[in-house]
Design a protein around this ligand. Structure first.
Ligand code: ARG
Length: 581
């Protein structure tokens, strides 16, 4: 246990129970880091909320808690301030011992979750024969950070790439494939010109009635399982997947072919899903279509809004597949938490799917959660597009990122040789794109801005990467392979050492809140704060030229912990941290 708040929570619990009775057991002491040194290291705000429940004065409540609070060996001072804040200042030797213990363990104080869950994370989910757009990029980056964090906490994570591989457009796509010939089509798709292929098919469909008719017949053949048609469809899926896999590889994303669980996977379950909803009285025919009407969803005129389970022509669509997926994930995969990393425009769709699944009893022992995100905007504040108004190709985007990063690296790190420079440029370029996406509260839109994301100062990947590389260079210059980590205490003397120590011991909390709120920006904010504390520390506290050997050793442990927390944190975000920059 390295975060002092774990200990403090237990001690507050004891004090609150002693002062006010056992029915107050488990009250959250509401510990926060103090914003100013004169308010100590942490502030407990529990007296304010508890006093409301007790009907008494918050200052008296705070005093009663403090009178029963045993923090011997942990705190050097405990004061009641203002309306009833409890300010806590830790003992330097306690902090030092916790840091020493943290340095000696691999997990840097990150505790496994109390209950390990099976968590399904639905992310990326591009569509076959269509270019991945920036929305898919966001889903991929955010989802991949979340799975890494959840796994570190010991959860059983099941990645589900809900690939869009089914639906009426496949009629025209397959006919276009037939016209082109398999070889030519495979070539076009494998070079990543997915949108070109799609647009040509669409254009023919609109212009040529005979083609449109063939496309319609093709949909029927596909749905009825015609073998030749399925073979052609399989080619489209395979070639698209090859392209997606290449993008994942370049992005350093953990998704593999094993995580593909495409829409078509659910086809055999759709009739049964419809039957179950119908028999439970949750869906009925409305103008020929089978619809569910989950309560609480109304159209513009207040009319109940339908979720279409089966269309009038008998076909099943996106909603039916998602209903089947909820049922499958909860029942067959045994997930207790279902995470959907999908853009905000699909909020209503997912809310209706979750509500209907809830009514059907499929979510009795699981909770479904829409991890929504906003749009990526161009510098003009409009949707991020290429200059000619087309979807930005992810491959080209990453090429540009690495190219731009290369000039940053050439300027900042002229001492690196060519090969190393190229590798650093890759890490910096791809890292910058990912970090810029993760660092903002995901529900907000953000502006895609090359200069800002590649800046060496501010809340950016390059800043964190350079900060870590700088610490590594201290070790190279120290002539030691690493710090002497023997579990012995770290000496906390300077206020900058104290501030850095408190940050280091907060890694667990940053990881935990990122997982709980599905909010990677929490981790980013933490890492940025840590790197900033390190910078202040390094300016004020000489490390290699410390006054005594003991101090030098102690400060090297702080350096080492910082480098490891930055590396581990960036790793959780899916970002590489080069040793030398
Ligand atoms: N393929 C969909 C799209 O591109 C995203 C799928 C999201 N996941 C889901 N279970 N609906 O919009």
């Amino acid at each position: 246990m390295s975060d002092p708040r774990h200990t403090l929570r237990a001690r507050f619990d004891h004090a609150i129970v002693t002062a006010f009775g056992s029915h107050h057991a488990g009250t959250d002491p509401l510990l926060r880091r103090s914003q100013q040194a004169r308010f100590g290291d942490y502030q407990a705000n529990v007296a304010m909320s508890l006093s409301k429940r007790l009907g008494s004065n918050p200052r008296d409540v705070a005093a009663a808690i403090v009178a029963n609070l045993d923090v011997a060996g942990v705190c050097e001072a405990v004061d009641v301030a203002g309306p009833g804040f409890v300010n806590l200042t830790l003992r330097a030797d306690y902090l030092g011992a916790e840091l020493g213990a943290t340095a000696a363990e691999e997990r840097l104080g990150v505790l496994p979750a109390e209950t390990a869950e099976t968590v399904v994370v639905d992310y990326s989910a591009p569509n076959v024969a269509k270019e991945m757009h920036v929305g898919h990029l966001r889903s991929t980056i955010i989802g991949d950070a979340l799975v890494r964090v959840l796994e570190l906490l010991g959860h059983n994570v099941i990645r589900q790439n809900h690939l869009g591989d089914w639906g009426t457009p496949f009629g025209m796509l397959i006919e276009h494939l037939v016209d082109l010939g398999e070889e030519e089509a495979a070539h076009e798709l494998s070079v990543g010109d997915l949108d070109g292929f799609y647009r040509q098919a669409q254009a023919k469909f609109n212009a040529d009635p005979a083609f449109a008719e063939r496309a319609r017949l093709r949909v029927v053949a596909l749905q009825s399982g015609d073998r030749q048609t399925l073979g052609l469809w399989g080619l489209l899926v395979r070639e698209s997947n090859r392209y997606f896999a290449a993008v994942y590889e370049r992005l350093g994303v953990t998704l593999t072919d094993r995580d593909l669980c495409p829409e078509s996977f659910y086809n055999p379950m759709l009739t049964d899903v419809a039957l179950e909803l119908e028999s439970k009285g949750l869906a009925w025919l409305d103008d020929g279509a089978l619809c569910a009407f989950p309560p609480g969803f109304a159209g513009r005129e207040g009319e109940p809004l339908p979720l279409i389970v089966r269309k009038r022509d008998g076909g099943y669509g996106y909603a039916a597949t998602d209903l089947a997926a909820v049922r499958y994930r909860a029942r067959e995969l045994g997930a207790t938490r279902l995470v959907y990393v999908v853009g905000s425009p699909q909020s209503q769709h997912l809310a209706m799917v979750f509500a209907t699944a809830g009514q059907a009893g499929w979510l009795e022992s699981s909770r479904a959660e829409h991890v929504a995100f906003g749009s990526v905007l161009g510098p003009d504040g409009k949707m991020f597009k290429t200059r000619s108004g087309e979807t930005v190709k992810l491959g080209a985007l990453l090429d540009e990122a690495v190219e731009r990063a290369a000039s940053v690296v050439a300027e900042k790190s002229p001492h690196l040789d060519g090969a190393e420079r190229a590798e650093v440029a890759r890490a910096v370029g791809v890292g910058a794109v990912k970090y810029a996406d993760l660092a903002n509260d995901r529900v907000k839109d953000y502006v895609f801005d090359w200069d800002r994301m590649l800046a060496m100062d501010g809340n950016t990947a390059p800043y964190l990467q350079y900060a870590r590389a700088r610490v590594r260079s201290i070790f190279r210059r120290s002539g030691e392979a690493g710090p002497v980590v023997d579990g012995s205490a770290v000496a906390i003397v300077d206020p900058a050492e104290r501030a850095l120590a408190l940050d280091l011991l907060s890694f667990d909390e940053a990881v935990r809140s990122t997982a709980e709120l599905s909010a990677p920006h929490r981790l980013c904010t933490y890492l940025f704060g840590l790197a900033s504390s390190f910078t202040t520390f390094y300016e004020r506290c000489p490390v290699l030229r410390a006054d005594t050997d003991e101090q030098r050793r102690s400060r090297l442990v702080l350096c080492d912990l910082t480098a490891r927390a930055l590396q581990s944190g960036l790793g959780l975000l899916g970002i590489q941290a080069p040793d030398r920059m």
